[in-house]
Design a protein. Structure first.
Length: 491
């Protein structure tokens, strides 16, 4: 039986209940440009009800945010490292104190299970704590040269613009903001219009935690207006972006006009490679979470499950009950494992990959009624060149692709424009490492499907992006390397 749709919850904006219901499923406000003062309507994907109505930022607001960040930059970069670290530790503590409030808001706005939202908000606090520790480890080198001393410094860039998506709204914002602020930059964050609420709350929490005015600015407006203005703006030194490969391509091209630095975290079509000698029970138990987590709206989703042919039947038999048992429903219910998709448009796009004649091998359940629901779906067998195996679906649809032997596994895994994450399941340790090295991807796990940790680098090969987030290296992406030569024996 399909789980029931969430009971009609009351809708609130930041200050109280709102009454309006949208005319369209994913009403996003009207697209006006410069100086527009229109309303941005934020929906709750599990109910389609209005969650908040806000002023919708235009390009004048983006300009004003950049001006505030520019004005705040000289003083922020001059804050003594231990003091800047203390401010970021304070922000981390304030976020940890507000974890539940932020998690409920994120769960409602993004439609994600409350347990997942709590984990993400915990990570947000951890990210700021980790990079607070990095402020005083922003080290340079001394280099042996003749006639004096050469030394390097990592200098901040200035104003950094962060453009973020709706799938992990505050978590992804923190991955960029933590190292950017720690390195001494000021930031302007443009969250996705579908999910701006936790970012706006973060801006207020930042002020309350003592960040100086203008250091952390949020503009909630459309990408094609506010985002684009930030990309063009001559006072923005860098764009850090997460989103679709298509928009990322445009951002890279736009940033070229002013030689802005860019970090791009883009799409993925990652392979979960299961060899016949693997612990098939463990691989089948872990596979659903790796593709249906966040309703499949995850750039790391292992949406191509490559299974060695002799193990195919056993793997599918072990997979089926697990997919069918996924609890899809109200994001705020403690037992929910998968929520709705973000919008009607996203559901339409996902559905286009499951045509009438699609080889649906396993189908889970989803609530009926309001909400952008889509059941967990496994297509099998699928050819690696077919559309569901080629394109990022960004929904709960997995493709099972059979293969014969190690060489074919690596070839199929690499036959994609993407290279973000992936997994290898085998009991043969040497092969695990060989295959992990041979797959062109930024992050890969052996006998596990995890990708993201605060302390390890994350990012893509090929059209999955440029640059790395998280881990110790992220600080380098928010600084310029300067060499200073000090003559000690004449000039
Ligand atoms: P987009 O790439 O359009 O959006 C990501 C961010 O970029 C949002 O803040 C968006 O603003 C902004 N943006 C959009 N256009 C521009 C522009 N011209 N200049 C500057 N910023 C811009 O993703 P979508 O939301 O449209 O999702 C579409 C598909 O992208 C998904 O189905 C999925 O395949 C992929 N995707 C991948 C993500 C990832 O984690 N790698 C995350 C999200 C999506 P706004 O939305 O407010 O207009």
């Amino acid at each position: 039986m399909p789980p029931s749709a969430p009971a009609n919850r009351r809708s609130h904006d930041a200050h109280g209940p709102v009454r309006r219901r949208p005319g369209r499923h994913d009403a996003r406000g009207d697209r006006r440009g410069r100086g527009a003062r229109v309303t941005l309507t934020v929906l709750e994907p599990a109910t389609e009800a209005v969650l908040a109505e806000l002023p919708r930022a235009g390009s004048d607001d983006a300009d004003a945010a950049v001006a505030r960040a520019k004005a705040a930059y000289p003083a922020w970069r001059a804050v003594a490292p231990p003091d800047r670290a203390r401010l970021l530790y304070g922000l981390a503590d304030a976020l940890a104190e507000r974890q539940e409030e932020l998690a409920v808001l994120e769960a409602r706005n993004a439609g994600k299970p409350i347990g997942d939202a709590r984990g993400e908000m915990g990570m947000v606090a951890d990210v700021f704590r980790y990079y607070a520790g990095g402020v005083e480890r922003n080290l340079g080198d001394t280099i042996p040269v003749s006639g004096g001393v050469a030394m390097t410094f990592r200098e901040p860039l200035g104003v950094v613009a962060l453009i973020t998506p709706w799938n992990f709204p505050l978590a992804i914002a923190s991955w960029k903001m933590g190292p950017a602020l720690a390195a001494g930059n000021t930031v302007v964050l443009k969250p996705a219009e579908l999910t701006p609420l936790t970012a706006l709350k973060l801006e207020r929490i930042g002020i309350e935690a003592g960040l100086p005015e203008g250091v952390l600015n949020v503009v909630a407006g459309p990408g094609s207006v506010c985002g684009q203005r930030l990309v063009e703006h001559p006072d923005v030194a860098k764009i850090a972006f997460t989103g679709s490969t298509e928009v990322g391509r445009g951002i890279a091209a736009g940033a070229a006009a002013t030689i802005k630095r860019v970090t791009l975290e883009l799409g993925g079509k990652s392979a979960n490679v299961v060899f016949a000698d693997a612990d098939l029970e463990a691989a089948a138990a872990a596979a659903p979470g790796a593709v249906f987590g966040n309703a499949g709206q995850d750039c790391c989703a292992r949406s191509r499950i490559l299974v060695e042919r002799p193990a195919l039947d056993e793997f599918m038999a072990a997979l089926q009950p697990r997919v069918e048992a996924i609890a899809v429903g109200d994001p705020l219910a403690e037992t929910t494992e998968m929520g709705p998709l973000i919008s009607a448009g996203q559901r339409e796009n996902v559905a286009s990959f499951v045509s009438e004649d699609a080889p649906v091998a396993i189908r889970g359940s989803a609530p009926k009624g309001p909400g952008y629901w889509f059941p967990p779906t496994v297509l099998a067998p699928v050819g690696n060149d077919e559309r569901p195996a080629r394109e990022e679906i960004f929904g709960p649809v997995a493709c099972v692709i059979p293969f014969d032997g190690e060489e074919e596994a690596v070839r199929l895994a690499n036959e994609t424009i993407y290279g973000l994450s992936g997994s290898v399941w085998t009991r043969d340790g040497a092969r695990a490492l060989r295959v992990a090295r041979a797959i062109d991807t930024g992050v890969i796990s052996i006998n596990s499907n995890t990708s993201v940790r605060v302390a390890t680098p994350f990012g893509g090969f090929k059209q999955s992006g440029i640059g790395r987030e998280l881990g110790p290296d992220a600080l380098d992406h928010y600084t310029e390397l300067k060499n200073v030569y000090y003559a000690t024996e004449g000039s």
